[in-house]
Design a protein around this ligand. Structure first.
Ligand code: ATP
Ligand code: MG
Length: 427
């Protein structure tokens, strides 16, 4: 036998027992976005590389070293999407959704980043995100945060997540701050590591994110962003806090929260958990008022977030709050004896037509009565509908209730749908 081909490292299958868990999460996502009036948008997985260079930023980790970039047959540089915000702006602008309009959109799907795979960090992962366009006030910042908080509430895990917020200020304020930060760090170059030295010339604010204790020690006396904030950003940030207070959402202000993408301004936020080790950021977002214009649209404010679905599912598994996988059938059709098999399949079709929402599995592949009943048990069916030779002659079936101690009754074919739906309480 030849060696089986494996999946690509960092790209995972989702097997049936796990898809059941994902579906629980997806259902909560759908209900939550619907309850705030958001519409779904779907866009391609591959885009021109320039889209990400011009939005996420040329000197960010994502564009510098994490993108799956390749040449199309005609020589265009294309990339698998590493995130959704830039693509959503591209699609909304192209689809004429932005001009003088307000939009509340959400998306979901796979993203690709060439990172070192580990728990909570993969090369193909999935994000759920929302993006609101055309709203410049902190009411919308608060709304997307409230919406995200509902995801935790739905599973009763709010206490396991911490909301961190910060304001990056206007572009001008941030430029002033970056100048001051670079000036300060230039004087302490000897204590910076290689990564930070590189960032000093490319993306200095990312140094604030450094996990290196020596770098953090230098940062202790560094200028802080909040002292450089413009008045408007300050006011907005205070108003956001008041709005969160008003709806009882707790938060901490993290002055070092800067986010790794270039397009953010003013409000940024993250929901972080201690339950997943170092990959603790489950959801992250913020405001990006300049992005639409930067990508060639008419200036339109934007705010949104993206959640890593794998991390959310991992957290829910860790906290053990997902429902047990349910059965895949309500009814299992057992056919034993000459000529019973075709009729049994026919009765199954009648049930599917007449009983809305019923799940019926027909036994396939032959085998004796005992083997078939075992299968009924395995798929978790509530009822076995048995057609033997006697039943076939009398135009009846035996309905065996697998939940109620195997209680059984004889039912005429014409009455089957009504009786089954009464027992299962489906109608
Ligand atoms: P991190 O700091 O963990 O690398 P990030 O800042 O790169 O995260 P974003 O680009 O803001 O992440 O993406 C939003 C969310 O998507 C993250 O908070 C996380 O839950 C998820 N995410 C990002 N990268 C990955 C990945 N490689 N594997 C799984 N989930 C990811
Ligand atoms: Mg990252």
């Amino acid at each position: 036998m030849s060696k089986p081909i494996q999946a690509i490292r960092g790209m995972n299958d989702c097997l049936p027992n796990e898809t059941a868990q994902w579906q629980q999460v997806e259902e909560v996502i759908r209900k939550t976005v619907a309850s705030y009036g958001y519409s779904e948008i779907r866009f391609p997985i591959v885009e021109f590389t320039d889209l990400f260079k011009r939005s996420v930023g040329e000197v960010t980790d994502i564009v510098e070293k994490e993108m799956y970039t390749f040449e199309d047959r005609n020589g265009d540089s294309l990339s698998l999407r590493p995130e959704g915000t830039a693509v959503c702006v591209r699609a909304a602008n192209q689809g004429a959704l932005l001009y003088n309009q307000q939009q509340r959109l959400w998306y979901q799907g796979p993203m690709f980043r060439h990172e070192r795979p580990q728990k909570g960090r993969y090369r193909q992962f999935h994000q759920f995100g929302v993006e609101a366009y055309g709203f410049e006030g902190p009411d919308m910042d608060a709304e997307v945060i409230m919406l995200s908080a509902r995801l935790w509430q739905a599973f009763g895990i709010t206490e396991h997540l911490r909301l961190e917020i910060n304001s990056l200020g206007s572009n001008e304020a941030r430029a002033d701050y970056i100048r001051a930060l670079v000036e300060y760090l230039e004087q302490h170059k000897d204590k910076l590591d290689e990564d930070s030295l590189r960032r000093l010339g490319t993306n200095p604010m990312r140094i604030l994110d450094s996990k290196n204790p020596d770098v953090q020690a230098v940062l202790e006396a560094a200028p802080v962003l909040s002292e450089y904030l413009d008045e408007e950003s300050k006011t907005m940030f205070v108003e956001l806090q008041q709005r969160l207070d008003a709806v009882g959402i707790k938060y901490v202000i993290n002055e070092k929260l800067v986010r790794g993408l270039d397009y953010y301004n003013r409000t940024v936020f993250e929901w972080v958990t201690e339950s997943l080790g170092s990959q603790g950021t489950v959801l992250a977002g913020g405001r990006y008022d300049g992005l639409v214009e930067q990508l060639g649209g008419k200036a339109t404010p934007g705010v949104g977030f993206a959640m890593g679905i794998e991390r959310f599912v991992l957290l829910l598994q860790t906290l053990d709050v997902l429902k047990e996988p349910t059965s895949t059938a309500d009814v299992y059709m057992v056919a034993a004896g000459a000529g019973t098999d075709m009729k049994s399949v026919e009765l199954a079709e009648v049930l599917r037509t007449e009983v809305d929402g019923i799940r019926v599995v027909s036994h396939c592949g032959g085998g004796n009565f005992k083997k078939q009943m075992k299968r009924a048990d395995k798929v978790g069916a509530s009822l076995a509908i048995i057609l033997g030779e006697d039943e076939l002659n009398n135009k009846q079936v035996t309905v065996k209730n697998l939940r109620q101690h195997g209680e059984q009754e004889t039912v005429a074919w014409e009455q089957l749908a009504a009786r089954v739906s009464a027992i299962l309480e489906l109608d």
